[in-house]
Design a protein around this ligand. Structure first.
Ligand code: SAH
Length: 409
């Protein structure tokens, strides 16, 4: 199998490797894969990656439930809507951008990444070329000297809006207005430019303070027919195409009729709950991160959704209280972080006794553990569907529905 890149899509690679003339898998040609380490499956044909992922998930979930074919991407390239580049100067004094070599402060220059959004990569190259004329010094991780640490870009897939975050060691960007003008002139798709101040000695890309220097300070994407506001620090799935497929399927398998009371646990900025809100009576979103809850409330407002409440707390704790108060819940959506859920949470699900639990997992290992515990409290899954949210990496998202035998299947 082969996926042809669009003409000119990846000029650096086209120049270096005459791959179009042979049958070689085009993914063999990432020149950076060894140094970068991000895509461990480069060189493995995409259909083989999907088969291997299914096998790996089936092994982890064996004894728990069946595993369907992996839902893959039509074009698995350039799916990452969030792109980070670290900046530095090389030994010849030229500006470089890319990623840190593992365990070092040395930037490996990367251009033409096969999984990152291409517009984002072009903007990063433009910024790199602008640095000299604007006399912007790149930050040195060892000495703490210099200004520009990273450029962080987010692209809203459905609306095409682009956010550029300049991560600086100080809030002052020299000739800021001219810099923004020149950048936006070259890339009119940019909707907002933000300075993020990160003055700490840390491996975290973003600091806490954001200063908007162009546009509104956020971008808006559309997912499942609802608008979502994305701020520099908010969590948003990196693969919009697959997220749309995954959430659509999650809501379909919940078979909502419009009458249900629904919980969206680990709700982030409210995506799943807000998409489900038009198909059920009431949604309770629960999320630990206060910034995400703030975004979720704004998202409810901009979509005119009135049947959703968001709580900022531990999901297990809120659900225990709901169970104690005798609240009726029909469907629980849960989308926990990589560590999975907790026994406390699963016990509270059992007490609330919804007819369905729709579990979206980003880590099949912890999913396997949680399914075992769910079995102890009477909830079983028949089968699980993996979604290839992260092509060329070994990561895999998995969707499964659990029932307690009492509700409709
Ligand atoms: N469903 C959302 C977010 C999934 S990521 C989306 O798709 O966008 C998992 C989320 O769980 C994160 O936002 C994280 O902050 C939150 N989280 C982690 N531990 C939690 C807990 N104990 N209770 C509630 N939320 C938690």
């Amino acid at each position: 199998m082969s996926y042809a890149l669009e003409a000119g899509a990846n000029r650096d690679i086209c120049r270096d490797v005459n791959y179009m003339n042979n049958e070689q898998n085009i993914y063999d040609i990432c020149r950076f894969s060894k140094k970068c380490g991000g895509c461990t499956l480069t060189g493995v044909p995409y259909d083989q990656q999907l088969k291997d992922k299914r096998k790996a998930v089936a092994e982890l979930l064996s004894g728990q439930c069946g595993v369907d074919q992996v839902v893959g991407m039509e074009d698995p390239t350039h799916y990452r809507n969030k792109v980070n580049a670290a900046f530095d100067i090389d030994e010849r004094g030229r500006h470089v951008s890319g990623i840190y070599k593992a365990g070092t402060h040395e930037v490996v220059p990367i251009s033409g990444c096969l999984i990152e959004n291409e517009i984002a990569q072009e903007i990063i190259s433009t910024i790199r070329r602008m640095l000299r004329s604007f006399r912007i010094k790149t930050y040195d991780e060892d000495t703490g000297y210099g200004l520009l640490r990273h450029v962080h870009i987010r692209v809203a897939n459905a609306t095409g809006q682009v956010m550029v975050v300049l991560v600086l060691s100080s809030p002052i960007l020299p000739s800021k207005n001219n810099f923004v003008k020149a950048l936006v002139e070259k890339h009119p798709c940019i909707s907002t430019v933000i300075i993020n101040v990160n003055d700490r000695h840390t491996s975290m890309v973003l600091g806490e303070r954001n200063i908007t220097i162009y546009g509104k300070g956020f971008i808006t994407d559309i997912l499942g027919g609802k608008k979502f506001r994305i701020s520099p620090n908010s969590f948003y799935q990196v693969n919009s195409v697959m997220t749309e497929k995954l959430y659509k399927r999650a809501i379909t398998v919940a078979r909502l009729t419009g009458r249900e009371s629904v919980i969206d646990a680990y709700c982030g900025i409210g995506t799943i709950g807000l998409i489900a809100s038009s198909s059920c009576a009431q949604v309770t979103g629960i999320e630990l991160n206060p910034d995400a809850v703030r975004d979720a409330k704004v998202n409810a407002k901009i979509n005119g959704v009135k049947n959703v409440n968001f709580f900022c707390a531990d999901a297990g704790e809120v659900m225990e209280k709901m169970a104690a108060a005798g609240v009726k819940v029909d469907v629980v959506f849960m989308d926990p972080p990589r560590g999975g859920s907790t026994e406390r949470f699963i016990d509270s699900v059992a007490t609330l006794a919804p007819s369905k639990v729709v579990y979206i997992s980003c880590n099949p290992r912890t999913l396997a553990r949680d399914l075992k515990y769910f079995k102890n409290v009477g909830y079983r899954a028949k089968n699980a569907t993996p979604f290839d949210m992260f092509p060329f990496t070994e990561e895999c998202e998995v969707l499964t529905v659990l029932t307690n035998g009492r509700g409709a299947q």
